[in-house]
Design a protein around this ligand. Structure first.
Ligand code: FES
Ligand code: MG
Length: 587
């Protein structure tokens, strides 16, 4: 056996050599069992071993085409002189998983982290798509800090219904409100179902999946154009192939994730999120990823970097178009070039996985359609960035997405109509006797990380039918929940601390006045401190939530260790980078 670290090129000593580069009993064992797959001996002679971390699953329809994607990555790895080994990890499918895919994001990240660290892998390609798979894999890989590169599965083709384009998720919220308002038949509603999801890929709106794909690209952890190429476009497979080429070089260059995922990279991502009108979920996921690599990102960074940045990508749910048009208009490189040309890209020199800076990657990017990627002086919204709110109702913060909100409601004072939890909301929202007027504020409690077990995407509460029948389509809504990246409305989310953690949201009563002021970032419950304290002391924070303190299993681990929304909802014990060293062998 040759020592894999002594190869002629400049490859640093490979961590896989600790397994395969040994002329002893352990080396025999590590290699021999692998050889049962028909791998010749020379593959173990110092080639970079590239893990392909695959979230393929038929229960994650957005990632169901990933075996083919992995094949193209493998071709690229082999061509560049590496050896690919594909392995599965827990797949967080947004559409099927109950109570929400967010509940198992951290579980998946633990799976990824331990699979990478425990195995003979020198670099890893992360195959991601559906919302939570991107943060889960980046979190796990960041805690190991080996060379890693993201390949996203790509968005679905535009949905089609009655001759028009329809967008994933967004159309569901729109049409279901029309059914409730008596303006659409159930038959027509059901007919949209098949037309919405008509190809492989993730949601084709600027929902959380597309947002996180754009976040990966703006963080520099993917090759350019990774975010927007449609899933079924052959160029997606070319990108997978090139990513396979590149990860082998990254191992040779020892280009670890910590060299890419710097504070500067996260600041670029925050600005990009504003420009694309990205999902509020990015606030939670970026915080969690940053926490794993040791970057102290805070909600105030979103205000500092993102506020005042115009939203220039005119995609649903904030705007009109879908991911296909976004790609054909130039994709994320065109957006980054537009920002950079106007000096609005804070760190153009941030390093990316291809060894070039973000600006070097995009400085010649063409832009083909000013309707889809609009000029900065004719944006979709002037005030694009996520609005961070604070006040006695959200001492540790809350978020609102201006590009998806009604401008006139972003400064609003109204009476609270309170739902104690999501079940209470469902039981009463359609009641014709519900006392509610369009100026009221719908408040829902106990939907935070602990209260709902995973912080479900229920914050964009559908409006009461009696309001919809008046032709009103938006009201201020406040909760400790999240909302889907495909959703819209003047919706205050992620209130922290959550009601189930004793946050002041638990103290709100019907008829209380609440004031929302997005200009000054204030969210105030107009009840004096002593009364709030009295109500909180009298309340049992767990009573109205679905909390099961001693349920056992993963659920118990989750309840006991999940951090609040402003902390990224990671587990307290998972924060930080633990590196890739494993001092012991298994025999
Ligand atoms: Fe998977 Fe939207 S449900 S990307
Ligand atoms: Mg989603």
């Amino acid at each position: 056996m040759s020592d894999a670290g002594d190869t002629a090129d400049k490859t640093p000593r490979l961590r896989s050599a600790e397994w395969f580069g040994r002329a002893d009993k352990n080396g025999f064992m590590y290699r021999s069992w692998m050889k049962n797959q028909g791998i010749p001996d020379h593959e173990f002679q110092g080639k970079p071993i590239i893990g392909i971390c695959n979230t393929w699953s038929e229960l994650t329809p957005c990632n169901a085409h990933f075996r083919k994607l992995a094949e193209h990555v493998k071709q690229g790895v082999l061509e560049a002189g590496g050896y690919p080994v594909e392995f599965p990890v827990f797949s967080n499918g947004e559409s099927n998983l109950r109570p929400t895919a967010m509940f198992t994001r951290n579980l998946a990240s633990m799976d990824v982290e331990e699979a990478i660290r425990g195995n003979p892998i020198d670099g890893v390609v992360l195959l991601v798509g559906c919302d939570k798979t991107t943060p889960a894999l980046l979190m796990g890989a960041a805690s190991c800090d080996i060379p890693a590169l993201v390949v996203t599965g790509g968005p679905m083709l535009n949905g089609k219904h009655q001759g028009k384009d329809i967008g994933s998720g967004t159309v569901v919220w729109q049409l279901s409100e029309q059914v409730k308002a008596g303006k659409l038949s159930m038959h027509d509603f059901m007919a949209a179902e098949a037309g919405m999801s008509r190809s492989a890929g993730t949601c084709n709106t600027m929902g959380t999946a597309s947002t996180m794909a754009c976040m990966a690209e703006s963080l520099g952890v993917s090759l350019p154009h990774n975010a927007a190429i449609p899933a079924v476009d052959s160029r997606r497979y070319v990108l997978a192939h090139l990513s396979g080429n590149r990860i082998v070089e990254m191992v040779r260059e020892d280009l670890k994730l910590s060299k890419i995922l710097t504070r500067e990279a996260f600041e670029n991502a925050i600005c990009t999120n504003a420009a694309i009108g990205g999902s509020t979920n990015a606030v939670i996921h970026l915080k969690a990823i940053a926490g794993r690599i040791g970057v102290d990102l805070t909600l105030d960074d979103w205000t500092r970097m993102g506020r005042g940045m115009p939203t220039i990508v005119d995609l649903q749910p904030s705007g009109r178009y879908l991911m296909e048009e976004f790609y054909y208009a130039g994709g994320l490189p065109a957006v980054l070039k537009r920002l950079g040309d106007a000096d609005r890209l804070p760190h153009p020199d941030a390093l990316t996985v291809n060894g070039r800076t973000l600006w070097q990657n995009v400085c010649e990017a063409p832009l083909y359609n000013d309707d889809v990627i609009r000029p900065l002086d004719n944006p979709l919204r002037d005030d694009g960035g996520i609005c961070i709110l604070r006040g006695n109702l959200a001492p540790n913060g809350a978020v609102l997405k201006p590009s998806a909100a009604t401008a006139a409601l972003m400064t609003h004072r109204g009476r609270a109509v309170v739902f104690e939890n999501f079940d209470d909301y469902k039981a009463r929202i359609n009641d014709p006797d519900l006392e509610v007027s369009p100026d009221d504020i719908l408040v829902m409690k106990h939907c935070g990380p602990r209260g709902y077990h995973g912080m479900a995407e229920v914050g964009n509460m559908g409006l009461p039918p009696k309001i919809l029948e008046q032709g009103i389509t938006d009201m201020v809504r406040i909760s400790d929940a999240r909302m889907s990246g495909t959703a819209y409305g003047t919706v205050v989310l992620h209130v922290a601390p959550e009601a189930a953690a004793g946050g002041p949201l638990a103290a709100v009563e019907n008829g209380d006045w609440i004031s929302l002021d997005c200009d000054s970032g204030k969210l105030e419950l107009e009840v004096d401190d002593a009364e709030i304290a009295r109500r909180l002391a009298a309340a049992d924070p767990t009573a109205a939530s679905s909390q099961i303190a001693s349920s056992g299993g993963y659920r118990q681990l989750y309840i006991e260790h999940v951090l609040q929304a402003d902390e990224g909802c990671d587990f307290d014990f998972l924060r930080g980078c633990r590196g890739a060293e494993v001092p012991r062998h298994s025999h």
